[in-house]
Unconditional design. Sequence first.
Length: 424
Amino acid sequence: MFTTIIAFIIVFGILVSVHEFGHFIVAKKCGIMVREFSIGMGPKIFAHRYNGTTYTIRILPLGGYVRMAGGYDDDESLRPGMTVALKLNDQGKVVKINTSNKNTLFNGIPLVVTDADLQKDLWIQGYENGDESQIKRYSVDHDAVVIEADGTELQIAPIDVQIQSATVWHRMATNFAGVVCNVLLAVVAYTLLSFTQGGVLNNSNQIRLADNVNVARDAGIKNNDRITKVNGNDTNNWQSLATAIAANNSGKEMNLTVERGNQTKNILLHPKVVTTDGKKGSEIGIQRSINTSFGAIMLSGFTQTYDTAKSLLASIWTMVTGHFSLNDLGGPVAIFANTSQAAQLGISGIIWFIAFLSINLAIMNLLPIPALDGGKIIMNIVEVIRRKPLSEKVEATVTFIGVAFMVILMILVTWNDIERFFIH
């Protein structure tokens, strides 16, 4: 269990952090301020501010987030009635606003805030040193810092560096970047997997012998043979071959058509009957063949990413056009359960799982659901067509509906996963 928990944290953390890094790096390139880039959630355990961004590590090692200036999750930390401390520069402008009550981080001017504008005109005003007879107003530097309640330093977000001020193309690129990074992660992971396996697993009917079952070996089958038929039925690829062999769950004699070079022969054998997850199947001791060429290994990341994406899109299409079931979806509980299976396969299993989930995350984020990247991109496209953005009210309503839908779906999927993996 401990190994599974560690593997789950690593897998989930890598997937989400890479996705958020995509948003982060493109936003920065497009002139959008990223106020915070966090690894983990919850209370912070480390923070360092550099080049306008505060990098934090938080106590719950489950994913992370990017806090963009002007984003829907970028709340203003100043409220009327708050007591703050102001630090001024030599020109009398505010460069730090301390809202934390935990400790005195610097000797500043105490101020009870009555109003503030840290986005457009950049000022803060209130009662200084407890004197309520007059309101004192200070200009705020464009790059001033707010120290939040937990002590985290965040740069303020003037309107010119907010996401709404970026061009629609820059916002679209920022929304799309997380998906791109997940695809790139899958490519890298699949390539690394090929190196750890010593080659690329072929999806052909060419086979190699396994070490744990000797049925095929004893019957005269050799490495690199091609099994073209099973009991007279064509087997053109590994999937059809494996399915045909597994279907013979009675142990009856099987007739295999085997090609070796220019020769074709029929081989009779009795498969070994095995039971997996309560279901009977057959084994004869063969595995996928491996292409060990350097070129195939280097291309494998792209080819396997493409094959996985194509298979997933076909599954989504089947769900949309056919019978939908919550069992077709999986949340964090399903990921945890499958992480346990992947961990049992060692480092190769974990690498494969990262690649597979990364493609899943990329495609799911592209679905045209508000609150997901795909929904945001759709709104960007609508803005391009209309030549003006949607009103804030419409965008907020659409986003709220999307968030509500995702929360309800996540609750249903999570409960369904708990029943599937831990109750029944």
